[in-house]
Design a protein around this ligand. Structure first.
Ligand SMILES: [Zn+2]
Length: 342
C-alpha cells in the first residue's frame, strides 16, 4: 500500500512591493536570466519590447533600481500604470511572515518577542483587508505591515514563524483586530481613547514597565511657534493648552488660541497633524505636556506611536526577562488566547 501523505495547503498571498520607490525602470534577475523593465504611461516594455505584463519564471527573484536592489521569495508580476512599474509579489505565507517579523520588531529582540510578533503578523493577515479594491492583498508599508523581502527575513524571524505555525490571537473564539506600536512610555493606551469609535475588551490600557529601555521612552521636542502654526494650517498661534487627559495619560483634548478664537482638537488628531507636516519623530505620541518658552513650544512626552496593544520595546523587555511569547501576548491583550485557528 502506498503511503498517502497529506500536505498542508500552501497559503499564498500577494503584496504590492516598492510602490514608495515610484519605479519607472528596473531589472529583474530570476533563474539566471536578467530582464529590463520600463514603464511609460500605461505601456510596459520588457527588454525593449512592449508587453501587457511581466511574470518572473521561477521561485525567488532579485529586483534592482537606481543602484539599489532587493531579493524576494516567490514570484513577481509587473504591469505599468501611471508611468510607474506596478510590482506584485506572490509569496507563501511563511516567507511573508518571516520578512514582516524581521522588519517590524525592534533590533536585538529575543526569540520569544519575535514569536509574539509572528502570532500578531499572522492574525493581521486574517483580519486586515485594507486593499479590497485592488488586485493584491497587502502593501509593503506600515499601512499594512512592513515587508522587505529577504532583507528582513532572518534565521531568527523564520524560526519564530516556524515555532508558532498556525497560531493566532483570539478573543471569544474570533481572531483579534491587531494593533501594536513601538513604545508605550510606561502604560499602553485604551483604543477608544485614541479612536473614540473603536472599542475592544482586549485593547485596554495596561501598565508597561518593560519598555523603559526604549530610546523613545521619554522625549522632548522643541518647535517654533511659526512652524507649529504652519503644521496645523494656521498663520499664527497663541496659547496651546492641554484641557483633558484620559486615564491612560494620553491627551484627550487640546485647546489652541488662533487669533481671537479658541479651537479644540483631539490629542491624537493634533499629534497626527503635527507629525504629517513636521515628521514622525517630532510629537512622538499623544502622551505629552506642552509649555511655551519665548517664541517656541516645548513638548515633553512618553512613548512612540498610538500606544495600543503590544509595545514592541516592551515585548523585547519581557523576552529579556525570560517571559515566553504567550505571556507577552497575554499581558498586552488581556483575555485573549493563542491557539491554532482554522
Ligand atoms: Zn496597505
Amino acid at each position: 500500500m502506498p503511503v498517502i501523505k497529506l500536505l498542508p495547503l500552501l497559503v499564498c498571498l500577494s503584496v504590492n512591493i516598492l510602490s514608495s520607490q515610484h519605479l519607472t525602470d528596473a531589472s529583474v534577475v530570476c533563474c539566471e536570466r536578467r530582464d529590463v523593465l520600463s514603464a511609460l504611461g500605461s505601456t510596459l516594455t520588457v527588454n525593449d519590447r512592449e508587453s501587457s505584463e511581466y511574470k518572473s519564471s521561477g521561485d525567488g527573484f532579485e529586483i534592482s533600481w537606481n543602484g539599489a536592489s532587493r531579493g524576494y521569495d516567490g514570484r513577481l508580476e509587473v504591469k505599468a500604470a501611471n508611468g510607474e512599474l506596478l510590482c506584485v509579489n506572490e509569496v507563501e505565507l511563511a516567507d511573508y511572515l518571516a520578512s514582516v517579523v524581521g522588519a517590524e520588531m525592534v533590533p536585538g529582540a529575543g526569540l520569544e518577542a519575535l514569536k509574539a510578533q509572528a502570532v500578531l503578523a499572522r492574525t493581521f493577515v486574517e483580519t486586515a483587508h485594507r486593499h479590497e479594491d485592488k488586485s493584491w492583498d497587502f502593501c509593503d508599508l506600515t499601512h499594512c505591515q512592513s515587508y522587505k523581502g529577504l532583507e528582513s527575513a532572518t534565521p531568527s524571524s523564520r524560526k519564530a514563524v516556524d515555532e508558532t505555525e498556525g497560531l493566532h490571537l483570539l478573543f471569544k473564539g474570533q481572531p483579534c483586530e491587531v494593533y501594536y506600536h513601538s513604545t508605550s512610555g510606561g502604560r499602553t493606551a485604551n483604543i477608544s481613547n485614541i479612536w473614540p469609535d473603536v472599542n475592544h475588551d482586549y485593547l485596554i490600557s495596561v501598565a508597561d514597565p518593560y519598555s523603559s529601555q526604549s530610546p523613545h521612552h521619554s522625549w522632548t521636542y522643541v518647535v517654533s511657534a511659526s512652524d507649529l502654526a504652519r503644521s496645523l494650517g494656521f498663520c499664527d498661534i497663541g496659547d496651546v493648552r492641554v484641557i483633558e487627559r484620559s486615564s491612560d495619560e494620553r491627551v484627550k483634548l487640546i485647546a489652541l488660541k488662533v487669533g481671537e478664537e479658541g479651537i479644540l482638537m483631539g490629542g491624537w488628531e493634533f499629534r497626527m497633524q503635527v507629525c504629517q507636516a513636521l515628521g514622525w519623530n517630532t510629537v512622538k505620541s499623544s502622551w505629552f505636556e506642552v509649555e511655551r518658552d519665548a517664541g517656541a513650544y516645548v513638548f515633553s512626552g512618553f512613548g512612540l506611536g498610538h500606544g495600543v496593544g503590544l509595545s514592541q520595546w516592551g515585548a523585547k523587555g519581557m523576552a529579556d526577562e525570560g517571559k515566553d511569547f504567550r505571556e507577552i501576548l497575554a499581558h498586552y491583550y488581556p483575555g485573549t488566547k493563542v491557539i491554532i485557528w482554522q
